[in-house]
Design a protein around this ligand. Structure first.
Ligand code: AMP
Ligand code: ZN
Length: 112
């Protein structure tokens, strides 16, 4: 499968890793939109939030259990935003589910 994030998980494409366990990988976004911009992805290929179902949703709980630890380790003491873009209207560019953790400054109120 031609998926850039699966290749990052395999190590075929390098990443600046922030956290890893058996379920997920977190790495710094190559084009950061905030002082801290980390992506958290399941190791299982799920195309988007629209592909979450009863069979694969346990990893989503694991990711949300890890997010506070990842944010704290990145120094996000004053809050942060967690975003997932799903589909064309949300401008999802990589079709492997990922959660953006963004912070390190006061983020714009307008989400579009
Ligand atoms: P989205 O628009 O929600 O699909 O977000 C995809 C994100 O992946 C963007 O913020 C990109 O900057 C980021 N990205 C794409 N390729 C890489 C890569 N090789 N390493 C790190 N981040 C990447
Ligand atoms: Zn993938």
């Amino acid at each position: 499968m031609d998926c850039i994030f699966c290749k990052i998980i395999e190590g075929a494409i390098p990443s600046n890793k922030a956290y890893e366990d058996e379920y997920m990988l977190a790495f710094h976004d190559i084009n950061p939109q905030a002082p801290v911009h980390i992506l958290v992805i399941p190791k299982e290929h799920i195309p988007s939030a629209d592909g979450v179902n009863a069979e694969n949703s346990a990893v989503i709980a694991k990711i949300f259990e890890a997010i506070p630890k990842i944010a704290a380790a990145a120094g996000l003491k004053n809050g942060y935003r967690v975003i997932t873009n799903c589909g064309d209207d949300a401008c999802q560019t990589v079709k492997h589910l990922h959660f953006h953790i963004m912070g390190g400054k006061k983020l714009p109120e307008n989400m579009g």
